[in-house]
Ligand binder design. Sequence first.
Ligand code: ADP
Ligand code: MG
Length: 741
Amino acid sequence: MRANRSLVDPKAEQPGPLSEPLPGEIFFSKLTKVTREKLARINVHCAWDLALHLPLRYDDETRCFAIREAPQGEEVVVEAVVLSCEIQYRPRRQLVCQVQDESGVMSCRFFNFYPSQLKVWATGARIRLFGEVRSVYAGLEMLHPRYKVVTPEATLPTSLTPVYPTTAGLGQQSLRQLIVRAMAALDRDDSVPETIRAQYRLPEFCKALDFLHNPPAHASRDALQERTHPAWCRMKFDELLAQQLSMRTHQLRRLAVKAPALMPGQSIKAAFLKALPFRLTTAQQKVVAQIQKDLSQPYPMQRLLQGDVGSGKTVVAVLAALQCVENGFQVALMAPTEILAEQHYRKLEAWLKPLAIGVAWISGSTKKKDKQQALEGIANGQIMLVVGTHALFEQAVVFQQLGLAIIDEQHRFGVRQRLALRLKGTESLQRAEGQSLQPHQLMMSATPIPRTLAMSFYADLDVSVIDEIPPGRTPVSTKLVTDQRRDQVIDLVRQACAQGRQVYWVCPLVEELEGAGHDEGDVSTPLAPIASVRQKTQVGRKGPDMSALQAALDTHEKLSQVLPGCCVGLAHGRLKSEEKSAVMKAFLAGEVQLLVATTVIEVGVDVPNASLMVIENAERMGLSQLHQLRGRVGRGAAKSACILLYHTPLSIMARERLKIIFENSDGFEIARHDLRLRGPGELLGARQSGVPMLRFADLTLDVEWLERARDSAQTLLAQYPMAAVKHRQRWLAGRGEFLKV
Ligand code: ADP
Ligand code: MG
């Protein structure tokens, strides 16, 4: 029983205050403060961290080479007798020593040295040197070798020499000794049961660890350095297993939380689907079924709905909302920009009004009177569906009983913002139902997270994928054009407008945000505290975004001049809400043909008649941002194009990004490239947040191990709960949990 409880009770996993400290803890606590501070700098906070501080590479000091036979380009051991040693002053101050072995003579040079070194390098002394023998004009030499005075009978080490990542003031030798002592103090039991080890042919944990810290002379240095050796595989597997266990445990904790069970009714859903001008794709039906099942459970759904730009996530969200409303609970739909929130509101109102469902919207700039009215409706339950920006979790908003929170473009919100909305729901349910209930949560994202990443960092979420684009779309053709050919591009815009089509012209960002994708209107910073988000918005009003705005204003003016027959609109984050809303409405209605905009239109905007998009300074934008922007066209039947204007010279990274976006149209493929170029930390915005990332496993290479770890985590939790606890403690002690949403 106790073992089971420990899966859901965080306290049960920590050794209580009365339990004896383990030998590893005692060892670590006895280190001096100075040493512990140095270790903290290399992210080592306990004995297990020391044991898991693994070498970057290995030196081979097990063999001795004759000077003349030493291989080029490799560091080797040479033993020789000192012939002479002197300080030279030209071309600069240096210590130059001549040494000799049976094969020949070589010089050793040091630019930094102590006077005492002259004594060590006394003529006739026998010295063991480690370094690269290079052939130079004057003969053979070694620069700054490591050295040690030896007797002729002194033996060579029998294992490869590990080289660890370290910090100033903590030498390799001392670090090595600390690791040896830590290893001796730690318990050597294997936390992975024999059956799982046998299944994947994994070596025993402590043997693998010993091996990596102290590999025998015959071990393959290539397999060690490339981390393909079975001992390394064991580390990767264990690390991924710890991560999976941590995620699974959170998932299990979620099952212990209650939520209102929202049973699917058929009537409203059928009426809604009947009125819809299209049929759901198979992919949409599949995810709708998954969500429907989740909502009917008495614990909170926590689902991430991924689907490429334009795959039709909104309808899926509405169907989830209807199921909730049918059960008498409210729904909140949160979007990152005002433009998007309003667009959702208009769409939903049109769809739901005929079904007699009250819809309202709230944004930071909703007029006081309208807002008051909406707030009242939300509090008394007349309004069942509320759409809004992050204004939704403002204090004044009080739900009667919120059953479902939907977060659109979830990657644009921080963890705290999503939690704030959930908390609102929990409070309302406590009031209405008199018990502790959590609302269900549906998160939607068009920035696909590659499967490996989702599996490892979002393992406590269930993921649904819409892997199909509705029929009747034509693929967007992408063109790369230097900005010297701007006039030709303007001609294309003129032609498109003359044919009754519509065009977006996106103006440059000023800062290199690399896909961070903020827009100046409704700033949301992933993982930033809510208060600082507010402040940022304030600062932003006069801040660097002003020049982005200026660029948009200038472009708007110029394009209006050169395209006299075309109605040119302007959208940016500094417009008042009514102005923004008016220009978007006019664009949707086709009254505005050319819309000059900043990246406020990056996410969500849906105007099917728009078939041409021009993006200026595309070289500065991140991959996901370009993909999102391009997704604004190609939504109707007309042939669509996206022109990426770039400014030369291009950096290597910029060239690579443009090539990827030119060659790929599948958002998942683009995200995989993004992962390769930027790494998981940047992609998830986690690097700055101090969340521990994987140290040994590489999510682009070790997919197979990730899958094995996921399966094993389930086995461990179900059959070996104590081993699971031990494993997590080993790997996560002192490091906190892995990233979770
Ligand atoms: P996204 O997944 O990017 O949020 P939207 O929900 O905005 O996509 O949908 C894009 C467009 O596709 C909308 O105009 C929507 O009405 C339309 N749409 C959604 N599902 C279908 C479908 N099954 N068949 C045809 N059009 C659809
Ligand atoms: Mg959308």
